[in-house]
Design a protein around this ligand. Structure first.
Ligand SMILES: [Zn+2]
Length: 320
């Protein structure tokens, strides 16, 4: 099994061949819309927003190989950062995360409409007309560390409600993203409380572990089921029969954004640690001490890429 020199985690998953989707059928490469011919919502199941994350592409392959067709409305199967994903190498599995910049930080209107160019911005602008017309988005991701899967619901209550309808994973994180730039899941109407459109970002587990595929597949099926998009006989064959634990909501209260070139954590945090006491030192950013702001503080997705301007960790607490 491949394991890059700097990697703690073996690559258990394969990167699927997505060339069959290259043409797509809506004028955007790697975006394929399945149309039931009946009225209903338009949902996008999206993979490889980050090119080093395999589980979403495998979930879409699963839908294709099991003959999934929407029962009503339309379902688009999409692959976002295909340029990065095309460079995936199991010997260097982190290297293909993006080409020029993080695809999931370019979704501010000022950035999309602005003059800046990058491989990721070209692709974001290419798929933006589709993102503008869908009603629901499931954006499938995975994480650096093998911690419990998370649903990232954004700031609006409708995101939390959609996550609760999906019902898995157990942990729903209500969060406002990153100072470095807006995520696709927070773009446009998804972040407008007056719009019924809603988006979810799911973090399915460690990037290359087998279990992340199982989570991605099951969450995708539950997402389609809760929107009433599965045919009954397809659901009977493939939808998980188990009832997952009642979801718990974690509200992110702040993101720790790195301000210097010398940020370090005091421990090798992996995520979802609950720190009992307020004032506990988590790390140092130059001369600045990073401390927990309250008791029972939960660490959300501490980063291993401790780069100035990026998020080091987000801090939250259980609210439900
Ligand atoms: Zn990701």
């Amino acid at each position: 099994m491949a394991r890059g020199k700097d990697e703690r985690y073996p690559v258990e998953l394969r990167a699927p061949d997505i060339s069959r989707w290259r043409e797509g059928n809506i004028g955007i490469p790697y975006m394929t819309t399945l149309d039931s011919g009946r009225p209903g919502p338009h949902a996008l199941v999206n993979a490889v927003t980050h090119g080093n994350e395999l589980c979403g592409a495998l979930a879409i392959e699963f839908l294709a190989e099991t003959g999934f067709r929407p029962a009503r409305g339309q379902v688009t199967l999409g692959f976002a950062n295909v340029a990065a994903f095309g460079k995936f190498d199991p010997e260097q599995p982190s290297a293909s995360r993006y080409v020029d910049e993080d695809f999931n930080r370019v979704w501010d209107l000022s950035t999309l409409d602005g003059p800046r160019q990058s491989a990721e911005l070209v692709r974001a602008r290419e798929i933006r007309p589709l993102i503008d017309r869908i009603d629901y988005l499931l954006d499938i991701h995975s994480m650096q560390h093998a911690t419990a899967p998370l649903m990232l619901a954004g700031m609006q209550q409708k995101g939390v409600e959609l996550a609760q309808r999906v019902g898995e994973p157990e942990y729903i994180v209500r969060d406002q993203g990153h100072a470095a730039g807006r995520r696709m899941r927070d773009y446009g109407d998804f972040d407008d409380p007056a719009s019924p459109k809603a988006a979810l970002l799911v973090e399915c587990g460690q990037h290359w572990e087998q279990a992340s595929f199982t989570v991605a597949r099951d969450v995708t099926l539950r997402f389609l089921a809760c929107l009433d998009l599965l045919e009954p006989d397809y659901a009977a064959r493939h939808l998980p029969k188990t009832t997952p634990p009642r979801p718990r909501v974690i509200e992110v209260t702040e993101a720790v954004t790195i301000e210097t070139n010398s940020f370090s954590f005091v421990e090798p945090f992996e995520g979802q640690e609950v720190i009992a006491k307020a004032g506990t030192v988590l790390g140092h950013d130059g001369g600045r001490e990073i401390r927990t702001p309250y008791d029972e503080c939960i660490l959300i997705m501490p980063s291993r890429r401790l780069v100035k301007g990026q998020t080091a960790v987000r801090l939250g607490r259980f609210v439900a």
